[in-house]
Design a protein around this ligand. Structure first.
Ligand code: PGA
Length: 248
């Protein structure tokens, strides 16, 4: 399966640095002869338009980091999926653990956001993953089962849905699960998706959490790992590009 390397900039980058980073990545991707991977940038909402202009024509994809479940209305500070589509986004991240933790987003809300993304013609990158306490208690697979059942909406297909497995304890910590642990969880996710949708074998399942140039090749070679969702290392063009190169 063609891999997807997604950069989640989170709440980082002012205009100048964001444009510079996007321009650098756009040039690298455009110069790559028949790239073996899709490259996606998810900047903060303030920079989506500017980044979109800079990467136009390069083949790099554009995404949001969150969307509201409603297409418009009285929701101060929120962003609707059609607004993202209007700016040229093809993807939106939903249910990131930082949204689940800091904004109290439960599975049902995540499913509604993903459904809104689908209605707007966007692919939803639905994030799941266990906390450290849940892993220590031996519940990692059960948590993923529960989150998949609750967060993947009806109508999800391989074309409009990407799953990102991000163990919460690996995000921004420099710690990663072993390749064997990643393989076990991704195999489990694939099996669970097969119960929910008919084309589950084509759904891309990304790994996220402290992906960096030094561990990307190993993580990306694990069966059922179809790409990466990269936070910190996506803020340096060289590091993000090195991670993408690990797929080719
Ligand atoms: P990290 O973040 O790469 O900085 O660990 C990943 C994510 O939260 O998507």
């Amino acid at each position: 399966m063609r891999k997807l390397i997604a950069g989640n900039w989170k709440m980082n980058c002012l205009k100048g640095e964001g444009i510079e980073l996007a321009r650098d990545l756009g040039m690298r991707y455009a110069q790559e002869n028949d790239p073996a991977f899709d490259l996606l940038i998810c900047p903060p909402a303030t920079l989506i338009d500017a980044v979109g202009n800079v990467i136009a024509g390069s083949g790099v994809l554009l995404g949001g980091q969150d969307c509201h479940a409603e297409p418009k209305g009285a929701h101060t500070g929120d962003i609707a999926a059609p607004m993202l589509a209007d700016l040229g986004c093809s993807h939106v991240i939903v249910g990131h653990s930082e949204r689940r933790q800091n904004h109290g987003e439960i599975d049902l809300v995540v499913a509604e956001k993903a459904a809104a993304a689908h209605r707007a013609g966007l692919a939803a990158i639905i994030c799941i993953g266990e906390t450290e306490a849940e892993r220590d208690a031996g519940h990692a697979l059960a948590v993923c089962t529960r989150q998949l059942a609750g967060s993947v909406p009806k109508g999800a297909t391989a074309d409009n849905t990407v799953i990102a497995y991000e163990p919460v304890w690996a995000i921004g910590t420099g710690r990663t699960p072993t390749a064997a642990d990643v393989a076990e969880v991704h195999r489990h996710i694939r099996a669970e998706l097969c119960r929910q949708m008919s084309d589950a074998d084509r759904v891309r399942i990304l790994y996220g959490g402290s992906v960096k140039p030094s561990n990307a090749a190993e993580l990306m070679s694990v069966p059922n790992v179809d790409g990466a969702l990269v936070g910190g290392a996506s803020l340096k063009a060289e590091d993000f590009w090195a991670i993408a190169q690990a797929c080719s």
